[in-house]
Design a protein around this ligand. Structure first.
Ligand code: ZN
Length: 253
């Protein structure tokens, strides 16, 4: 990874796991010549964006969220969808695009958002209709084995080994490339998929996630371009041989 200016950069919003007292949930923004593509949508999204903006000087708020890559539906990656959807519809009159896999498409409305976002009421709070996912968001399906494009960025995805359907991805833009493991157990085939990227953001945690010690077994050249995310609170950042991503920091790739 490099700190010189590059058309491709990432701004880290959160590095923690679901249970963190110290960090926001793992999430970041890919910046393509400054245009933001958000990766996952945790709570509290407005606070995370504000905090990262203050620290980095990159001004981002709910008004800027038009493109979201949604890796899976665990709450620490998806609980911000309601605030994003309500805000975008009622304050911006816009529908952010969610890029995800068919498994998430099948569940996102019926199993996650419908009970809160579905009812349409009048001024007396009487039910007068039913909202649909399409009233809040547009969906674009990503499929493994294919190359897709988001704002001129090429993206390829790969399913991960996780408790629910989930995918990691790699992107390329103007000659630079970046890979994200997303939530996964230690999976050499998944790391192979990401290995040709200029920078790799890899998760680490316990209990079904990728153990830090296993990442240490990787070749030094691969470790050198890797940063960690999705840590548990007691993870020793200072002693980590692989650097941990920093909330609110902008990394040029
Ligand atoms: Zn997860």
């Amino acid at each position: 990874m490099t700190q010189r200016k590059s058309p491709l950069s990432i701004l880290i919003l959160g590095i923690g796991d679901f249970f963190s007292k110290y960090y926001y949930h793992s999430s970041f923004v890919i910046l393509l010549d400054g245009r933001p593509v958000f990766v996952d949508c945790p709570d509290p999204l407005p606070m995370m964006l504000h905090a990262a903006s203050q620290k980095s000087g990159v001004s981002l708020g709910l008004n800027d969220v038009d493109h979201v890559i949604l890796t899976h539906l665990h709450g620490d990656h998806a609980n911000g969808l309601e605030s994003l959807g309500f805000y975008s519809r009622f304050f911006r009159h816009k529908k952010p695009i969610i890029y995800t896999i068919p498994e998430v498409e099948r569940a996102i409305w019926e199993n996650r958002l419908k009970s809160s976002m579905g009812p349409l009421t009048n001024d007396e709070f009487e039910r007068v209709g039913e909202m649909k996912l399409e009233d809040f968001f547009r969906l674009r399906i990503l499929r493994p084995g294919r190359s897709h494009s988001i704002l001129g960025m090429k993206i390829k995805i790969r399913h991960t080994k996780h408790f629910i359907p989930c995918f990691g991805f790699k992107v390329s833009y103007k000659g630079r490339s970046f890979g994200y493991s997303s939530d996964t157990t230690f999976d050499p085939a998944h790391i192979d998929f990401l290995a040709d990227c200029d920078m790799i953001l890899h998760e680490t945690n316990k209990g079904g996630h990728t153990e830090y010690e296993k990442l240490l077994s990787l070749p030094p050249a691969l470790r050198k371009k890797m940063m960690l995310i999705h840590i548990y609170d007691d993870f020793n950042i200072r002693r980590s041989e692989i650097p941990v991503a920093e909330e609110g920091k902008l990394y040029f790739i």
